[in-house]
Design a protein around this ligand. Structure first.
Ligand SMILES: NC(=O)c1ccc[n+]([C@@H]2O[C@H](COP(=O)([O-])OP(=O)(O)OC[C@H]3O[C@@H](n4cnc5c(N)ncnc54)[C@H](OP(=O)(O)O)[C@@H]3O)[C@@H](O)[C@H]2O)c1
Length: 327
């Protein structure tokens, strides 16, 4: 496992880190024993950064991570998020009282006195135009409740706006073979300002593992069933917002690029790591085998310019029209 500097924080984090949404919920039934095994496998592979949120299983994901921290002696940086428990989810809901309460809940769930990194959880765009909220986050840092803060965004323009606030340390954004726009405008600015970039949904909700087919079925409580058309949250969070059949055709072409002895999963993760602005990819993992397979991506050789161009070609031909200008 290789490590990269997380923006201006003191932490060097694993290039392949761990996304802890699925172990909380919204991905069908998960067994906590499998989830704990997956988390332990990640630490065994050198992962030292975990992304979670208060809303993932309403504290379940955070509590599993607290248990992991009790069971392991390694240093583990935990990034959580706040805001998505608001109902309705409005810009006005992102106020001091609500955020204080969310932070206290996360402190309790994670059994800690200070949260390493708190990210605003894809708030409405208006929130980025409320400097008083970022001043409040600065106060939370001064009070020692949180060490650093960042944002998780839906859109490139939100990312650019958010990093105008000098103490936003990280931006989490969807970035994968099917979501290439962040690399165009946002990455150069993030690098210049030394902002950490967390590439989320790196496997396009499993599509980029190559295992899904036209016949794949998803449980009713799996967002790949209930949010396919954005019924409950931004459609871009499910399959990266790419039309399913279009994505399958693109995956078939990507498969042809995968070198012998590698999986499409590993190729797709290595593709993300080719971008220096990216601090880490945070693939979700439910089982140890998945985590181990994903972590190998960090140790692979670089992709060649020809391989990079071929991925871009598939994106231009099949994906761009449907996603490029949407996020
Ligand atoms: N708004 C936000 O801030 C936000 C939104 C989305 C995600 N995130 C963060 O980003 C993380 C990653 O995104 P994601 O979990 O949505 O999507 P993802 O990483 O693209 O896909 C994860 C899913 O793919 C499957 N998978 C993973 N590794 C695999 C492997 N080696 N072989 C086969 N299948 C594999 C697993 O599901 P199955 O086994 O069920 O197929 C897993 O749950 C999340 O966990 C979360 O921490 C944040």
């Amino acid at each position: 496992m290789r490590y990269r500097q997380l923006g201006r924080t003191p932490w060097k984090v694993s290039e392949i880190s761990f996304g802890a949404w699925a172990i909380g919920g919204a991905w069908g039934t998960v067994d906590d024993r499998d989830s704990m095994a997956a988390l332990h496998a990640a630490i065994d592979c050198g992962v030292n950064f975990i992304d979670t949120a208060d809303v993932y299983g309403m504290g379940r994901s955070e509590r599993l991570i607290a248990q992991l921290k009790r069971e392991r002696k390694e240093d583990i940086v935990v990034a959580t998020k706040a805001g998505r428990r608001l109902s309705p989810h409005t810009a006005d809901g992102y106020n001091e009282a609500n955020l204080c309460a969310f932070i206290e809940d996360s402190l309790r769930n994670l059994s800690t006195d200070a949260l390493d990194l708190v990210q605003l959880h894809c708030p409405p765009t208006d929130v980025y135009y409320r400097p008083e909220l970022f001043e409040f986050l600065d106060r939370m840092v001064r009070q020692g409740k949180i060490r650093y803060y960042g944002v998780s965004v839906e859109r490139v323009e939100e990312a650019l706006k958010a990093i105008e606030y000098p103490n936003v340390q990280t931006v989490q954004i969807i970035f994968n073979c099917f979501r290439q726009r962040p690399a165009e405008l946002f990455f150069p600015v993030a690098e210049r300002r030394q902002v950490g970039v967390l590439a989320r949904v790196p496997l396009a909700s499993g599509l980029l593992t190559g295992k899904l087919t036209a016949k794949s079925q998803f449980a009713p409580d799996d967002h790949r069933n209930f949010n396919r058309h954005g019924e409950q949250f931004d459609v871009g969070e499910t399959f990266s917002g790419v039309d399913y059949d279009t994505a399958l055709a693109a995956v078939d072409e990507l498969r042809d690029l995968v070198p012998p002895r590698l999986s499409l999963t590993q190729f797709a993760l290595r593709w993300i790591l080719m971008f220096d602005a990216v601090t880490c990819a945070i693939p979700g993992g439910k089982r140890p085998e998945q985590v181990k397979e994903n972590c190998v991506a960090s140790d692979l050789r670089e992709l060649t310019p020809e391989e990079m161009a071929a991925v871009r070609g598939i994106y231009e031909k099949r994906i761009r029209t449907g996603v490029h200008q949407r996020w």
